[in-house]
Design a protein around this ligand. Structure first.
Ligand code: PGA
Length: 243
Protein backbone atom coordinates (compact mmCIF):
# COMPACT_ATOMS: atom_id res chain seq x y z
CA UNK A 1 0.00 0.00 0.00
CA UNK A 2 1.20 3.46 -0.84
CA UNK A 3 1.08 5.90 2.10
CA UNK A 4 0.92 9.69 1.71
CA UNK A 5 1.07 11.70 4.95
CA UNK A 6 -0.13 15.28 4.75
CA UNK A 7 0.13 18.10 7.23
CA UNK A 8 -3.59 18.64 7.55
CA UNK A 9 -7.10 17.90 6.26
CA UNK A 10 -6.93 20.42 3.40
CA UNK A 11 -3.73 18.94 2.03
CA UNK A 12 -5.24 15.43 2.36
CA UNK A 13 -8.25 16.56 0.32
CA UNK A 14 -6.06 18.22 -2.32
CA UNK A 15 -3.94 15.05 -2.77
CA UNK A 16 -7.07 12.93 -3.07
CA UNK A 17 -8.44 15.35 -5.66
CA UNK A 18 -5.23 15.05 -7.76
CA UNK A 19 -5.81 11.30 -8.06
CA UNK A 20 -9.54 11.69 -8.71
CA UNK A 21 -8.91 14.26 -11.45
CA UNK A 22 -6.42 11.93 -13.18
CA UNK A 23 -9.07 9.20 -13.30
CA UNK A 24 -11.84 11.49 -14.58
CA UNK A 25 -9.56 13.08 -17.17
CA UNK A 26 -8.24 9.74 -18.43
CA UNK A 27 -11.76 8.31 -18.81
CA UNK A 28 -14.76 10.67 -19.05
CA UNK A 29 -17.04 7.60 -18.67
CA UNK A 30 -15.30 6.36 -15.52
CA UNK A 31 -17.16 4.68 -12.67
CA UNK A 32 -16.45 6.53 -9.42
CA UNK A 33 -17.01 4.64 -6.19
CA UNK A 34 -17.93 7.31 -3.66
CA UNK A 35 -18.26 7.46 0.11
CA UNK A 36 -20.18 9.53 2.63
CA UNK A 37 -19.06 10.80 6.04
CA UNK A 38 -17.10 13.84 7.15
CA UNK A 39 -13.80 12.71 5.65
CA UNK A 40 -14.44 13.02 1.87
CA UNK A 41 -16.26 16.38 2.04
CA UNK A 42 -13.03 18.30 1.33
CA UNK A 43 -12.37 16.12 -1.73
CA UNK A 44 -15.91 16.81 -2.99
CA UNK A 45 -15.38 20.57 -2.43
CA UNK A 46 -12.25 20.38 -4.58
CA UNK A 47 -14.17 18.54 -7.33
CA UNK A 48 -16.87 21.23 -7.27
CA UNK A 49 -14.30 24.05 -7.31
CA UNK A 50 -12.46 22.46 -10.23
CA UNK A 51 -15.72 21.84 -12.13
CA UNK A 52 -16.68 25.50 -11.76
CA UNK A 53 -13.21 26.92 -12.48
CA UNK A 54 -11.96 24.52 -15.16
CA UNK A 55 -15.14 23.00 -16.55
CA UNK A 56 -14.14 19.42 -15.77
CA UNK A 57 -17.22 17.51 -16.85
CA UNK A 58 -19.01 14.60 -15.18
CA UNK A 59 -21.72 14.31 -17.86
CA UNK A 60 -20.87 10.70 -18.74
CA UNK A 61 -19.44 9.71 -15.36
CA UNK A 62 -21.21 7.01 -13.36
CA UNK A 63 -21.18 7.07 -9.56
CA UNK A 64 -21.75 4.14 -7.22
CA UNK A 65 -22.02 4.69 -3.50
CA UNK A 66 -20.94 2.34 -0.77
CA UNK A 67 -23.84 2.25 1.61
CA UNK A 68 -27.20 3.56 2.80
CA UNK A 69 -29.11 3.43 6.06
CA UNK A 70 -31.95 0.92 6.03
CA UNK A 71 -35.25 2.79 6.27
CA UNK A 72 -34.03 6.14 4.92
CA UNK A 73 -34.29 7.56 1.42
CA UNK A 74 -34.06 10.93 -0.33
CA UNK A 75 -36.92 12.27 1.81
CA UNK A 76 -34.61 12.12 4.86
CA UNK A 77 -31.79 14.63 5.16
CA UNK A 78 -29.81 11.99 7.09
CA UNK A 79 -29.85 9.57 4.17
CA UNK A 80 -26.69 9.06 2.15
CA UNK A 81 -28.50 9.69 -1.14
CA UNK A 82 -29.38 13.15 0.26
CA UNK A 83 -25.80 13.66 1.48
CA UNK A 84 -24.34 12.93 -1.96
CA UNK A 85 -26.67 15.34 -3.71
CA UNK A 86 -26.04 18.11 -1.17
CA UNK A 87 -22.28 17.68 -1.00
CA UNK A 88 -21.46 16.85 -4.62
CA UNK A 89 -24.01 15.86 -7.25
CA UNK A 90 -26.11 19.05 -7.16
CA UNK A 91 -22.98 21.14 -7.78
CA UNK A 92 -21.45 19.34 -10.78
CA UNK A 93 -22.90 18.34 -14.16
CA UNK A 94 -23.38 14.65 -13.37
CA UNK A 95 -26.66 13.12 -14.61
CA UNK A 96 -28.54 11.98 -11.49
CA UNK A 97 -29.70 8.95 -13.49
CA UNK A 98 -26.05 7.87 -13.50
CA UNK A 99 -25.75 8.01 -9.69
CA UNK A 100 -26.39 4.76 -7.87
CA UNK A 101 -26.87 3.75 -4.26
CA UNK A 102 -28.80 1.05 -2.44
CA UNK A 103 -32.49 1.90 -1.94
CA UNK A 104 -32.77 2.19 1.85
CA UNK A 105 -36.54 1.84 1.65
CA UNK A 106 -36.60 -1.25 -0.59
CA UNK A 107 -39.43 -3.55 0.54
CA UNK A 108 -37.49 -6.69 -0.28
CA UNK A 109 -34.06 -6.05 1.21
CA UNK A 110 -32.53 -9.29 -0.09
CA UNK A 111 -33.69 -8.53 -3.63
CA UNK A 112 -32.24 -5.04 -3.31
CA UNK A 113 -28.83 -6.47 -2.34
CA UNK A 114 -28.95 -8.85 -5.32
CA UNK A 115 -29.90 -5.97 -7.64
CA UNK A 116 -26.98 -3.86 -6.42
CA UNK A 117 -24.48 -6.72 -6.73
CA UNK A 118 -25.59 -7.40 -10.30
CA UNK A 119 -25.28 -3.71 -11.09
CA UNK A 120 -21.76 -3.51 -9.62
CA UNK A 121 -20.65 -6.55 -11.61
CA UNK A 122 -21.29 -4.52 -14.77
CA UNK A 123 -20.02 -1.22 -13.37
CA UNK A 124 -16.67 -1.92 -11.76
CA UNK A 125 -15.23 1.10 -9.97
CA UNK A 126 -12.30 2.74 -11.77
CA UNK A 127 -11.60 4.39 -8.44
CA UNK A 128 -13.11 3.77 -5.02
CA UNK A 129 -12.93 6.45 -2.32
CA UNK A 130 -13.02 5.16 1.26
CA UNK A 131 -13.09 6.62 4.73
CA UNK A 132 -12.30 4.40 7.69
CA UNK A 133 -14.26 3.93 10.91
CA UNK A 134 -12.53 4.28 14.27
CA UNK A 135 -13.10 0.51 14.68
CA UNK A 136 -11.46 -0.28 11.33
CA UNK A 137 -14.66 -0.63 9.32
CA UNK A 138 -14.85 0.32 5.64
CA UNK A 139 -18.26 1.22 4.27
CA UNK A 140 -20.49 -0.41 6.92
CA UNK A 141 -18.47 -3.63 6.98
CA UNK A 142 -18.02 -3.94 10.71
CA UNK A 143 -15.35 -6.08 12.44
CA UNK A 144 -16.04 -9.76 11.79
CA UNK A 145 -17.42 -9.27 8.26
CA UNK A 146 -16.27 -11.94 5.81
CA UNK A 147 -13.61 -10.88 3.32
CA UNK A 148 -15.80 -12.63 0.69
CA UNK A 149 -18.85 -10.49 1.45
CA UNK A 150 -20.86 -8.72 -1.24
CA UNK A 151 -23.70 -6.20 -0.77
CA UNK A 152 -25.63 -7.16 2.36
CA UNK A 153 -27.56 -5.79 5.33
CA UNK A 154 -25.64 -5.14 8.52
CA UNK A 155 -26.43 -4.49 12.15
CA UNK A 156 -24.35 -1.44 12.94
CA UNK A 157 -21.78 -1.74 15.73
CA UNK A 158 -22.49 0.29 18.89
CA UNK A 159 -19.29 2.28 18.26
CA UNK A 160 -20.51 3.20 14.76
CA UNK A 161 -23.94 4.24 16.05
CA UNK A 162 -22.17 6.42 18.63
CA UNK A 163 -19.70 7.90 16.07
CA UNK A 164 -22.55 8.73 13.66
CA UNK A 165 -24.94 10.07 16.28
CA UNK A 166 -23.22 13.46 16.03
CA UNK A 167 -25.03 13.90 12.73
CA UNK A 168 -28.48 13.12 14.16
CA UNK A 169 -30.64 15.01 16.69
CA UNK A 170 -30.24 12.16 19.17
CA UNK A 171 -28.58 8.76 19.27
CA UNK A 172 -32.06 7.13 19.22
CA UNK A 173 -32.58 8.44 15.68
CA UNK A 174 -29.55 6.64 14.24
CA UNK A 175 -30.79 3.64 12.22
CA UNK A 176 -29.57 0.31 13.61
CA UNK A 177 -29.17 -1.33 10.21
CA UNK A 178 -27.75 -0.41 6.83
CA UNK A 179 -27.15 -1.72 3.34
CA UNK A 180 -23.49 -1.89 2.45
CA UNK A 181 -21.28 -3.01 -0.38
CA UNK A 182 -19.29 -5.99 0.84
CA UNK A 183 -15.52 -6.23 1.12
CA UNK A 184 -15.32 -8.19 -2.12
CA UNK A 185 -17.19 -5.46 -4.03
CA UNK A 186 -14.69 -2.93 -2.65
CA UNK A 187 -11.64 -5.07 -3.47
CA UNK A 188 -12.93 -5.40 -7.06
CA UNK A 189 -12.25 -1.66 -7.62
CA UNK A 190 -9.34 -1.00 -9.97
CA UNK A 191 -7.89 1.71 -7.73
CA UNK A 192 -8.63 2.62 -4.12
CA UNK A 193 -7.88 5.74 -2.09
CA UNK A 194 -8.44 5.66 1.66
CA UNK A 195 -8.71 9.00 3.43
CA UNK A 196 -8.24 9.47 7.17
CA UNK A 197 -7.75 12.48 9.38
CA UNK A 198 -7.60 13.11 13.11
CA UNK A 199 -6.10 11.24 16.01
CA UNK A 200 -9.28 9.20 16.62
CA UNK A 201 -8.43 7.33 13.39
CA UNK A 202 -4.79 6.57 14.34
CA UNK A 203 -5.48 3.08 15.70
CA UNK A 204 -7.62 2.11 12.69
CA UNK A 205 -4.93 3.48 10.33
CA UNK A 206 -2.32 1.35 12.09
CA UNK A 207 -4.50 -1.73 11.58
CA UNK A 208 -5.03 -0.78 7.94
CA UNK A 209 -1.34 -0.38 7.12
CA UNK A 210 0.68 -2.43 9.59
CA UNK A 211 -1.71 -4.72 11.44
CA UNK A 212 -2.40 -8.38 10.86
CA UNK A 213 -4.73 -9.03 7.91
CA UNK A 214 -7.79 -10.18 9.78
CA UNK A 215 -11.56 -9.98 9.50
CA UNK A 216 -11.50 -8.34 12.95
CA UNK A 217 -10.10 -5.24 11.20
CA UNK A 218 -12.00 -5.08 7.89
CA UNK A 219 -9.74 -2.36 6.44
CA UNK A 220 -6.71 -4.68 6.77
CA UNK A 221 -7.86 -6.54 3.63
CA UNK A 222 -6.74 -3.50 1.64
CA UNK A 223 -3.11 -4.59 2.20
CA UNK A 224 -3.89 -7.21 -0.47
CA UNK A 225 -5.11 -4.69 -3.05
CA UNK A 226 -2.68 -4.04 -5.94
CA UNK A 227 -3.41 -0.28 -6.22
CA UNK A 228 -4.39 1.19 -2.88
CA UNK A 229 -3.20 4.55 -1.54
CA UNK A 230 -3.76 5.81 1.99
CA UNK A 231 -3.80 9.60 2.26
CA UNK A 232 -3.89 10.73 5.88
CA UNK A 233 -2.94 13.70 8.00
CA UNK A 234 -0.18 13.62 10.60
CA UNK A 235 -2.60 13.04 13.48
CA UNK A 236 -4.11 9.93 11.86
CA UNK A 237 -0.58 8.75 10.93
CA UNK A 238 0.66 9.04 14.52
CA UNK A 239 0.96 5.29 15.22
CA UNK A 240 2.29 4.24 11.80
CA UNK A 241 4.93 6.96 11.96
CA UNK A 242 6.09 5.73 15.39
CA UNK A 243 6.17 2.03 14.47
P1 PGA B 1 -16.22 9.75 8.85
O1 PGA B 1 -16.68 8.23 8.72
O2 PGA B 1 -15.67 10.13 7.51
O3 PGA B 1 -17.49 10.53 9.19
O4 PGA B 1 -15.19 9.81 9.92
C1 PGA B 1 -15.81 7.31 8.17
C2 PGA B 1 -16.43 5.94 8.20
O5 PGA B 1 -17.13 5.60 9.18
O6 PGA B 1 -16.19 5.18 7.25
Amino acid sequence: MKVVITKDYNEMSAKAFEIMKEVVTANPCAVLGLATGSTPIGLYKEMIRDHKENGTSYKSIRAVNLDEYKGLDITSDQSYVYFMRENLFNHIDIDLANTHIENGKAEDAEAECARYNAFLANNVQDIQVLGIGSNGHIAFNEPGTSFDSVTHIVDLAESTIKDNSRLFKSIDEVPRQAFTMGLKNIMDAKKIIVLANGENKAKAVFGLVKGEITENVPASILQNHPDCTLICDEAAAKLIAEA
